[in-house]
Design a protein around this ligand. Structure first.
Ligand code: ADP
Length: 404
């Protein structure tokens, strides 16, 4: 069984073809800068990689190009589209309509359209991707995997904002959370690495990439998560402010006369690590400059780690203790300096890092806690595509079963 995983964004389509029997990524790539100048295809298989500039005016052409290269007689990995058993789509916002991954039907697409106001930048391009894939790969089951659905197990006390109740009932304003696919994958991996059943473990997941999610997972269920109605809430991020007093927004508007779009832009693209460091949103560059005594870079790193530490404290309390602390995504997997700062002085919670192990664990799976640590500390490279492919395979099989 081969599963095609699609991540259709506003200007790019990422794709990966996985062979589920051999548990291998056969090929993967991206068509980028759709509708812009300098659009290109990047593609790699186990053996080789190619990059070529091609005009890609729309998502339609982008998809055609992706399918074409998978079938190509020199670079391809399949001979016919019928070799693709099912297609899994990464989908950002499922609102409270979707509590798990689902087979895509016309009704599902309609419900996804109803979620557009919740993710105006993401959901339209996700839906476009589904529609194009349906046209190009007719008759092949398509599955939607939502970034929000893992968090649908949160209790009301965790997901409601303390606004008048109408705002939830009428407008669906609540905490949804994101990075659910990543958190679900690493929590399952963590249980496997600990050789303990997931339903006996309390974990805190630190997904630290350009976007940051801290997630409290109680016996396999997400019970609180740092992102909110939008991916702006939580600790500090690459270019996003994370938590601020909402009064800052009214101040910016009333006192500085900033319009709503400027404020949106300020909080989403000019803040976070970039805003504080003034250098970059990339932790590698900031660490380099901090080493050269750049004060703003040092401050950016300190703030970043401090805010994560505070969430760990909050979620340890919410969970009533923790068995495992997991670091994942670009920063969590690689930046041992950040992990070290986050865990420092958390011995009172049973979190004790082994600094030597920590410095060695870069981009690979492993334990970084010391022998005296009550809490297991793990580094786990995330693999959202694999999680999407596993869901897609299961759901495609179930749907086939129900037809017979
Ligand atoms: P996204 O959220 O876009 O998927 P990633 O999970 O790939 O992001 O994380 C990207 C971030 O990870 C980069 O901006 C960078 O700050 C950080 N990063 C990646 N590699 C390293 C590294 N070797 N050392 C420190 N930070 C890294």
């Amino acid at each position: 069984m081969k599963i095609l995983v699609i991540n259709s964004g506003s200007s790019s389509i990422k794709f990966q073809l996985l062979d589920m029997e051999s548990d291998q990524v056969l090929a993967g790539g991206v068509v980028a800068k759709i509708g812009e100048e300098g659009s290109y295809l990047k593609y790699r298989t186990i053996g080789e990689g190619i990059r070529k500039e091609v005009p890609i005016p729309s998502h339609r052409e982008g998809f055609e190009l992706a399918i074409k290269v998978l079938l190509d007689k020199d670079h391809g990995v399949i001979k016919d589209i019928s070799e693709i058993s099912a297609v899994g789509h990464r989908t950002v916002h499922g609102g409270d309509a979707f509590t798990k991954s689902t087979l895509i039907t016309e009704e599902v697409i309609k419900k996804m359209e109803e979620c557009i106001p919740l993710a105006p930048l993401h959901n339209p391009s996700n839906i476009l991707g589904i529609q194009e894939a349906k046209k190009l790969l007719p008759g092949i089951p398509q599955v939607a995997v939502f970034d929000t659905s893992f968090h649908q197990t949160m209790p009301k006390k965790a997901y409601l904002y303390a606004l008048p109740c109408d705002y939830y009932q009428k407008y669906h304003i609540r905490k949804y959370g994101f990075h659910g696919t990543s958190c679900r994958y690493v929590s399952q991996r963590a249980a496997a690495m600990l050789k303990r059943p997931l339903d006996q473990l309390k974990m805190i997941i630190c997904h630290l990439g350009n976007g940051v999610t801290i997630d409290a997972v109680d016996r396999g269920k997400s019970v609180d998560t740092s992102m909110g109605l939008t991916p702006l809430e939580g600790p500090m991020m690459g270019t996003r402010s994370g938590d601020i007093d909402p009064g800052v927004v009214t101040f910016l508007s009333r006192e500085l006369g900033l319009g709503i779009d400027s404020i949106d832009n300020l909080l989403n693209t000019e803040s976070g690590l970039l805003g504080i460091s003034g250098v970059s949103n990339d932790v590698r560059e900031i660490l380099e400059q901090a080493d050269k005594d750049n004060d703003r870079c040092k401050l950016a790193i300190e703030m970043f780690a401090y805010r994560i530490k505070k969430y760990i404290g909050a979620y340890a309390a919410a969970l009533g203790g923790i068995d495992a602390l997991v670091f994942t995504a670009g920063i969590g997997e690689n930046a041992h300096q950040i992990r070290s700062m986050v865990c420092k002085d958390l011995g009172f919670l049973g979190i004790v890092l082994d600094e030597e192990r920590n410095q060695k664990m870069i981009g690979v799976e492993g334990f970084i806690n010391g022998p005296d640590s009550r809490v297991a500390i793990l580094v786990i490279p995330t693999d959202e595509e694999r999680m999407i492919a596993l869901d897609t395979l299961r759901i495609a099989r179930e749907s086939k079963g129900s037809h017979h």
